[in-house]
Unconditional design. Sequence first.
Length: 166
Amino acid sequence: MTVRPIRLFGDPVLRTECDPVTSFDRELRELVADLEDTVRVPGRAGVAAPQIGVSLRVFSYNVAGQVGHLVNPVLSQSDGEQDDEEACLSLPGLGFATRRALSVVARGSDQHGEPLVIEGTGFLARALQHETDHLSGTLYIDTLKGDVRRQALRELRRIAPAPQGR
């Protein structure tokens, strides 16, 4: 079992658009195994590859005891809205009400390159959207609006390390 350390806000890999997976090989299967081991730590709902320092379009999820992964995800068919608290392992200690689609369909591949479709509602839909955003270099705080966004940015400045060498 390999639980990989989580990269924290300020690490450039979290703000980088990830490369699509093109080789469904042993390296990818090892990455998926590490992601799934890492997401099994209690209290975790999802881990995207950039959160463990790998700039590839793959993530794992752990929702209601269901652990899985998706390679090269594309979200479609979103319906409804939910506005609930969201948090991120890369932004420890923060959580803010975040608007997301209530249901989504995520299409991609499994670790062997076979087509995979995941239909999610509620918390699973939230996790699929959150992790897919990570693969584009987007953090959930980037989606916030108005007073909630201002509060999140204040909190982030309070907890984020100061830039070095200026």
